[in-house]
Design a protein around this ligand. Structure first.
Ligand SMILES: N[C@@H](CCC(=O)N[C@@H](CS)C(=O)NCC(=O)O)C(=O)O
Length: 276
C-alpha cells in the first residue's frame, strides 16, 4: 500500500535495464514510497541531453528529484525542506530515501542497520557497499555489458579478450560472495542474526546491500539460456549464492521489477538460437 503520508512529489529517472535504477525503484515499491517514473532511454542517448544534464551532470541513471509540496516548513533551514532536491548515485539515493522517509513510511531498520544500536551490522553493510562499487559492479555489470547489452542494445562489437578478463573477474567475485558475503556463519554467535543469517552480511533480513547485489547478478541472466540464474552453468560452483538467489527471487514485486529484463533475455536468447 502506497503511503499517503508523503506529500513530496518524487520523480525517478531511470530505465529497467539499469541495475542501480532497479534497486532504487524496488526499494521504493517495497517500502510504499510513491514515485513517478521517467524513462531515460540510454540507447537514444536521453542521458546526454541538455535537459537531463541539468538533473545529473554526470549524465548517468538513476537520478531522483524530490519536490516538497505541503510539508515544507519555512522555519526549517535544512536544504531538503526548502525546495526541490536532486540526488544521483544509487547508494546515496537509497540512503537518502531510507533516512528521509523512515518514520513516515515506517521503513524497518533492517534495510540499513542503525549505527547506534547495531554498529557491527551497520559497518558490514557499509563494507559491502564499498565492495559493490569497487569490485562487484565493474566485473559483473561489465561482463553483462560486454557480452549482451553492448552488442545487442548499442550495436557494439564484441571484444573477446576483454570478455575473457571480465569472466575471470566475475568468477573471482562470485567465489568471494559464496565464501564470504553469503557464507553461513560457522560461529553463529558472531552475527546478531545467528542461524537465521540468510541475507548478505550475515543479516536475518534483507538490506539495501541485497538489492544492489541481486540487481547486478541478474544482469548475467541476459547471457544465460537457463530459465533461472541459479540453474545456469556460471553459478554451478557457488551453492550459497544460488540459495540466496532463490530467496531473493521470492521478494515481493520481483516480477514487476524484472519484467523488462526478462523480455530482453527472451529476445537475446532467440537471437542466440537463430544464429546457431
Ligand atoms: N555509481 C552509479 C552508476 C550509474 C551508472 O553506471 N549508470 C549507467 C546505467 S546502469 C549509466 O547511466 N550509463 C550511461 C553512461 O555512463 O553513459 C550508481 O550507482 O548510480
Amino acid at each position: 500500500m502506497i503511503s499517503t503520508q508523503i506529500k513530496d512529489k518524487i520523480i525517478l529517472y531511470g530505465n529497467h535495464i539499469s541495475q542501480p535504477s532497479r534497486s532504487v525503484m524496488w526499494f521504493m515499491m517495497l517500502n510504499n514510497i510513491p514515485f513517478e517514473f521517467k524513462l531515460i532511454r540510454l540507447e537514444k542517448l536521453d542521458h546526454r541531453s541538455k535537459s537531463y544534464e541539468k538533473i545529473n551532470p554526470m549524465k548517468q541513471i538513476p537520478s531522483l528529484t524530490i519536490i516538497p509540496i505541503e510539508n515544507s516548513n519555512p522555519k526549517d533551514s535544512s536544504s531538503h525542506h526548502n525546495g526541490e532536491e536532486t540526488i544521483f548515485e544509487s547508494q546515496a539515493i537509497l540512503l537518502h530515501l531510507f533516512h528521509r522517509y523512515r518514520k513516515l513510511c515506517q521503513i524497518p531498520g533492517h534495510w540499513y542497520p542503525d549505527p547506534h544500536s547495531h554498529l557491527t551490522e551497520h559497518t558490514k553493510v557499509n563494507m559491502y557497499l564499498g565492495y559493490h562499487n569497487s569490485q562487484l559492479r565493474p566485473a559483473v555489470g561489465g561482463l553483462a555489458f560486454a557480452v549482451s547489452i553492448g552488442p545487442n542494445a548499442f550495436g557494439m562489437a564484441k571484444d573477446e579478450t576483454n570478455i575473457r578478463q571480465l569472466e575471470k573477474k566475475t568468477h573471482m567475485v562470485l567465489k568471494q560472495l559464496d565464501t564470504f558475503w553469503m557464507a553461513p556463519s560457522e560461529d553463529v554467535s558472531s552475527s546478531s542474526a545467528g542461524g537465521n543469517a540468510r541475507y548478505l552480511c550475515g543479516q536475518a533480513k534483507i538490506s539495501i546491500a541485497d538489492l544492489l547485489c541481486y540487481n547486478e547478478l541478474m544482469q548475467l541472466s541476459l547471457m544465460s539460456n537457463a530459465s533461472v540464474l541459479w540453474e545456469s552453468e556460471m553459478f554451478k560452483s557457488y551453492p550459497n549464492v544460488c540459495k540466496w538467489l532463490q530467496l531473493m527471487s521470492k521478494t515481493p514485486e520481483h516480477d514487476k521489477v524484472f519484467k523488462f529484463l526478462n523480455i530482453l533475455k527472451e529476445k537475446s536468447s532467440n537471437e542466440r538460437t537463430s544464429k546457431l
